[in-house]
Design a protein around this ligand. Sequence first.
Ligand code: ADP
Length: 251
Amino acid sequence: MIISVKNLVKQYGSFEAVRGIGFEVQEGEIFGLLGPNGAGKSTTLEIMETLRLKTSGEVLIGGFDIDKDPNEIKQIIGVQLQTSGFYPALKLVELIELFAGLYNRNVSPMELLKKVNLEDNAKSVFKSLSGGQKQRFSIATTLINNPKIIFLDEPTTGLDPQARRNLWELIKEIRLQGTTIVITTHYMDEAEILCDRVAIMDAGKLILLDSPDRLIDQLLQTGFERKKESKGANLEDVFIQMTGHALREGA
Ligand code: ADP
């Protein structure tokens, strides 16, 4: 396993936001952290990213203990930076050079931009990008230090259906290159398509952990039936069909 979390607790004052959760992530997996707002997903993610201190429990990332070796962990993980840090007037190549300098890494900005299908925008400034392009760029910045694990926090929130599909393809490609991906999302279709396994949190507790397929089967075994027989297509299919393909330019 590449991530191991045991008995993780996080208290904010007297409020317990994460209440003793545990899970493991296997190398090469796309692992989803799901749950309603306030469930404790971001807290858990940020503790794994070494950006927030835990109250108690044990967290190992790539074999390194989060208490003892946070600097080793920072070397092997990729974290999405707040886009507010993307100086809006700098060109994408310049931004990558800037971040590479911060990470003390030598990267080829064009190669990195190619990976996220933004090579034609190399000379564009960040603020001129579409929503989907901004997200792809943000994912590119997680890859600068050639990490073993990347953490993506709601990467497709606010994107149109084409841009979301486009991002799913990118995330799958990154995984194919051997990178482990931990992702949070509010979109269950996205989790079902992307994730090998999902952990569902609620009110600081981990309530389910399995592959989407097995979780659905377990629900069906309880006798659950969908209220309405669904048609062979939905409104999103109509939208995609009528407005162009997933990999449309600019998405
Ligand atoms: P999620 O990402 O699942 O929406 P969070 O981890 O952001 O959940 O938050 C879990 C709970 O902890 C929420 O009730 C939130 O209000 C609370 N919380 C988060 N950060 C802080 C903080 N810095 N101080 C106090 N309470 C916080």
